[in-house]
Every structure is written in structure tokens, then in C-alpha cells.
Design a protein around this ligand. Sequence first.
Ligand code: FES
Length: 70
Amino acid sequence: MFEKTAKSTLCFCKNIKYGEVIKAIKEKDLKTLEEVMHCTKAGITCWSCRGDIKDLLEEYNKTGKITSIE
Ligand code: FES
């Protein structure tokens, strides 16, 4: 099974890795999809990675951290 890691690509349109988005969420305390899109440019071109960004945000907003991707 394909395992996602911090080095996996999250946004193929902009070639942005999970680790980059997670770092931005934590460092800037981003809470919404719009904030992540604005800060990282992930998700601004097509819709296909927005669900993955939302999953990260849901975990962060619920627990204050992101541990599902290492
Ligand atoms: S894959 Fe992220 S905007 Fe298209």
C-alpha cells in the first residue's frame, strides 16, 4: 500500500510536499483551507488536493498537532 510521508507530494499542480504544508500549518497556526491556499499556494489550481489539505486541518484543529503523516 502507498504510504504517505512528509516527502510525498500533496499538491501535484504546484509540486508541494506534505511536509511543506504541515510546516506552514504549524508555524503559522493556519486553521482554514483558504489560509493554507494563500500561504502555500497548494490547492489553488485545481480541486484534487483540497480534500487532503482539509484532512490535515481537521486533525490539526481537533488535536493541535499533525501526527498522521511523518
Ligand atoms: S493538485 Fe493541488 S491544486 Fe491541483
